[in-house]
Design a protein around this ligand. Structure first.
Ligand code: ATP
Length: 271
């Protein structure tokens, strides 16, 4: 990855194989984004508007960043990440200039995906108490999004845990008009995610199914941490003389006591 100022540019290594579940999300992205970037001729013939912006929303740690990276990898597009919370820290004046630079950088490095994580930090509704502070940044984002209309090789993916806290002008046609919910993982999804993180490792039979069953409320990020913890526990065990060189149910029991679920019912009831 090359570094431009603070932002890095390069094709991510994450592929769809690293993303557990989320089949519908993959399908929508494959269909619209691939058509926009690679088969514009078909869209024109069918009178379908190309896509310029996608908003991914859902609880924390469910794979929004992962989806954006896998999309860039699939398209062999450069990935330029802009973190809304970091951008907010530079202040509203400089933030507008950074937004402008990042869009220029994307055009210079096309095909490119711009990923704006935590977009709500810099694009709250302009009529909200914090909204007026960020109106310059929002205006810059709107200008840049509108400027992408004639281009088919730059797409912006934004992510948020608070879709209700985004200025509505950003969601109008031609801007972030494809809004996709990334849900918390259900049991089957959790099994897929655990399998991805545990691949290549030796695991006691039946353990993955059992872990998937008992991890309600665990996000993808929590499951990744859980598997890491179980692996380290197994390593400790084996190094202290145990001859079971595989990950056992007991390793996961220990990991479950260390890594707690982050998705409470209360949090999920917002979506
Ligand atoms: P946040 O809202 O906190 O930014 P996010 O939704 O963008 O979170 P990611 O950063 O994509 O979540 O996920 C964090 C980590 O959790 C990933 O790097 C990956 O290890 C794991 N993870 C999350 N979702 C999945 C998934 N569906 N499949 C595989 N791993 C996942």
């Amino acid at each position: 990855l090359r570094t431009y100022g603070k932002a890095q540019v390069g094709i991510p290594e994450v592929t769809w194989n690293d993303v557990g579940d989320l089949e519908e999300v993959k399908e929508v992205i494959n269909k619209y984004v691939v058509a926009t970037m690679q088969r514009r001729d078909i869209l024109e013939k069918l009178g379908i508007e190309p896509i310029h912006g996608i908003l991914l929303f859902g609880p924390p740690g469910v794979g929004k960043t992962l989806v954006a990276k896998a999309t860039a990898n699939m398209l062999k597009a450069n990935f330029i990440e802009l973190n809304g919370a970091e951008l907010a820290r530079v202040g509203p004046e400089r933030a507008a200039a950074v937004v402008k630079d990042v869009f220029n950088m994307a055009r210079d490095n096309a095909p490119a995906i711009i990923f704006i994580d935590e977009i709500d930090s810099v694009a709250p509704p302009r009529d909200s108490p914090t909204g007026s502070v960020w109106s310059n940044v929002i205006a810059q984002l709107l200008t840049e999004m509108d400027g992408l209309r004639g281009l088919n090789n730059v797409i912006v993916i934004a992510a948020t845990n608070r879709p209700w806290f985004i200025d509505p002008a950003l969601l109008r046609p031609g801007r972030f008009d494809k809004v996709i919910y990334i849900p918390p993982p259900n049991r089957d999804a959790r099994r897929e995610i655990i399998k991805i993180h545990i691949r290549n490792a030796e695991v006691e039979e039946g353990v993955i199914d059992w872990v998937a069953e008992v991890t309600e409320g665990y996000s993808g990020a929590d499951l990744a941490a859980l598997v890491r913890e179980a692996k380290m526990r197994a390593l400790d065990r084996v190094l202290s003389g145990d001859n079971k060189v595989r990950i056992t149910r007991e390793d996961f029991e220990y990991a479950l006591s260390k890594v707690r679920p982050s998705l409470s019912r209360e949090l999920l009831s917002q979506y």
